[in-house]
Design a protein around this ligand. Structure first.
Ligand code: FPP
Length: 236
């Protein structure tokens, strides 16, 4: 059987808090371990020749968590971005961010800007970090941008199709082929709704901090067994 490599993998890295609580540790320890897992798994993914990786780092709903946890996560993002910067540059991967700037500190925004600016010409792959992100918001924002172009006479309604729409999203990314969610939750949680239209979904009970390259292989094996038809009839 041919080994199909997905072009775009997206991950909902869930279970950091439970991983820590199971060990009698603070939830923040789970996020710390989760960041290490992300470093390892992202390297593994690009080595497998998967071109685009999207991760859910922080949702617009995550502000409802305790201030201590939110503050920790923001500091962790800055630290992890800085630590991963050399790897990203070495691998020639372009870093992009999806989400809104609202409520993010200047320190976080500046680190994000630096990463995207300094990697913008990289062509080996894309690392899309969804930070302060909501999937419905992304579609609403794109609709507003399109509407204003139509209103100003810069765009004809007839020109709007799925591929035009895609260009008005936070980033013009290819469709997701494989979505992975860890920790035994079977939800999409407002993550990349538009891009996920035809994604194969893979759920595992493994908590994100424990997710290993072997677990990634299991997800890829499962993807390989899927019969993707995109609404067509088999063998047509
Ligand atoms: C969900 O687990 C995880 C998060 C809200 C944060 C994800 C962040 C990381 C993995 C840190 C590194 C990220 C980057 C981009 C450098 P949860 O806290 O909801 O877990 P629970 O469901 O067990 O409570």
């Amino acid at each position: 059987m041919d080994n199909k490599v997905p072009n775009h993998v997206a991950i909902i890295m869930d279970g950091n808090g439970r991983w820590a609580q199971k060990r009698g540790l603070k939830r923040t320890k789970g996020h710390q371990k989760g960041a290490q897992t992300l470093k390892k798994i992202s390297e593994y993914i690009y080595d497998k020749n998967i071109k685009v990786l999207s991760v859910f780092a922080f949702s617009t709903e995550n502000w409802k968590r305790d201030k201590e946890e939110v503050d920790y996560l923001m500091k962790l993002f800055i630290k992890a971005f800085k630590e991963n910067f050399e790897t990203v540059k070495k691998k020639g991967v372009k870093v992009v961010f999806s989400g809104v700037e609202d409520k993010l500190s200047d320190k976080v925004l500046n680190t994000m800007k630096k990463m995207s600016e300094e990697t913008k010409n990289n062509t080996n792959g894309i690392f899309n970090v969804c930070l302060n992100y909501g999937g419905q918001d992304e579609i609403v924002e794109a609709t507003k941008k399109i509407s204003s172009k139509v209103k100003n006479g810069e765009l004809n309604i007839e020109e709007i199709d799925a591929s035009t729409f895609n260009k008005y999203l936070f980033n013009d990314l290819p469709p997701i082929d494989l979505l992975i969610r860890t920790s035994g939750e079977y939800r999409i949680s407002n993550f990349m709704l538009w891009q996920m239209a035809y994604a194969e979904l893979y759920f595992t009970d493994v908590l994100w901090p424990d997710f290993s390259p072997e677990d990634m292989d299991k997800a890829l094996d499962s993807y390989n067994e899927r019969d993707r038809r995109f609404g067509a009839i088999k063998n047509k």
